[in-house]
Write a protein that binds this ligand. Structure first.
Ligand SMILES: Nc1nc2c(ncn2[C@@H]2O[C@H](COP(=O)(O)OP(=O)(O)OP(=O)(O)O)[C@@H](O)[C@H]2O)c(=O)[nH]1
Length: 239
């Protein structure tokens, strides 16, 4: 009678040396994988945080700085300008009769007009300068290093760029825009909020004296000699 064949399976006795090596490799791989996972998660979290921060500072429609971001940067830049005794100006501008675009062609056309205005305005700004949307159809150009004369020139370039940026909506409706602008330049006794108030006063004058024009806000010295006390709040005539 044939004996049953041996299975051929041979159980090796435990080899401590190679066993330890296998365990060490296993541990190393696990630690590596854990590091990769942790690193990946941390990287993803960092990316998500950066994206969130960017979104919190950006205007959803036009991609430029939003109101919060403009004021955050504006206060810092004014402090810097005071410290360095450097000129600093802003141009506040507001699209004229913007409501008419919405009312006649719809909000899609209005939204496109805002984006077109932003693209046209960006092109006339220098490297250190930036654009922000303060809300609705009101924008600001922040001009570090720009004195009174330069700022008025920049405002005029913005006005012309907007007036020339007309487009055809839905391939058949011509849309033309103009804007009114208020220009204010930093004085020693002024912070960013006061500068914005002054530019807003000038913008109010531009609106009420016919629109499609840039008006310069009076300086601290001019205000003093004219006996002006307040820095003004908005009270714009509509129509
Ligand atoms: N399409 C669109 N419209 C907006 C947006 N934000 C505000 N508006 C509209 O902008 C219009 C602003 O109207 P008004 O404040 O009367 O200003 P205006 O018609 O430009 O008149 P003036 O400033 O006096 O020349 C309103 O109809 C708002 O609904 C936006 O993001 N997209």
């Amino acid at each position: 009678m044939a004996l049953p064949q041996a299975s051929g399976y041979y159980q090796k006795p435990w080899d401590w040396k190679s066993g330890q090596m296998q365990v060490s490799i296993g541990v190393l791989i696990s630690v590596g994988v854990a590091f990769l996972l942790l690193g990946g998660t941390a990287g993803w979290l960092l990316f998500a945080l950066m994206q969130q921060r960017k979104l919190a500072h950006t205007d959803y429609l036009t991609g430029i700085a939003n109101r919060g971001s403009v004021f955050e940067q504006g206060f810092k830049l004014v402090e810097h300008a005071h410290g360095e005794v450097e000129p600093f100006s802003i141009v506040l501008f507001d699209v004229d009769h913007f409501k008419k675009i919405n009312d006649t062609l719809g909000h899609g056309a209005g939204d496109r007009a805002l984006r077109v205005i932003v693209n046209a305005s960006r092109r006339v700004l220098g490297q250190r300068e930036f654009l922000g949307r303060l809300g609705g159809e009101e924008f600001i150009a922040v001009l570090p290093g720009c004195g009174r004369e330069e700022a008025m020139k920049r405002a005029e370039s913005l006005r012309l760029a907007i007036a020339r940026a007309g487009f055809l909506y839905a391939d058949k409706h011509p849309v033309n825009m103009t804007a009114s602008l208020g220009v204010a330049t930093l004085d020693r006794d002024v912070d960013f909020q006061i500068l914005v108030n002054r530019a807003d006063e000038a913008l109010y004058v531009a609106k009420n004296s016919g629109r499609n024009r840039a008006v310069r806000a009076s300086s601290s010295a001019e205000r003093l000699s004219a006996g002006m006390v307040t820095v003004g709040s908005r009270q714009r005539v509509r129509g």
